[in-house]
Write a protein that binds this ligand. Structure first.
Ligand code: SF4
Ligand code: F3S
Length: 111
């Protein structure tokens, strides 16, 4: 099992989650964070840190967002060099995006 970052994070990237992970499982993309499923130890520390409730254990991911399980695994590999283990400023329009619907098409994959 592993925890998964889902749609609500896209274009927000508040990063509160990354600072509490005991195993540095988070990877950073330009406008989204993911969790490396091979490193996550299911400690549950990050879930309550996210102000937009983007993080779920993989067996609780809402049905319409289950594709994010694969996207976390794939982007964690792609962004392997971009470990994030501290809080940074959220993206400039994070608060505006927090209530909007987003899709994987909104994820910027390349730094
Ligand atoms: Fe890190 Fe724990 Fe969150 Fe997994 S559940 S990503 S180990 S803080
Ligand atoms: Fe994203 Fe929430 Fe972390 S918005 S960066 S999953 S605190």
């Amino acid at each position: 099992m592993a925890y998964v970052v889902t749609e609500a994070c896209v274009n927000c990237k508040y990063t509160n989650c990354a600072a509490v992970c005991p195993v540095d499982a988070f990877r950073e993309g330009p406008n989204f964070l993911v969790i490396n499923p091979d490193e996550c130890i299911d400690c549950d520390a990050c879930r309550s840190e996210c102000p937009v409730e983007a993080i779920y254990p993989d067996d609780e991911v809402p049905a319409d967002q289950e594709h994010y399980i694969d996207w976390n695994a794939r982007l964690a590999e792609k962004w392997d060099a971009h470990v994030i283990n501290e809080t940074k400023d959220a993206l400039p329009d994070a608060d505006a995006w927090a209530t909007k619907s987003k899709t994987v098409d909104d994820i910027v994959q390349d730094w």
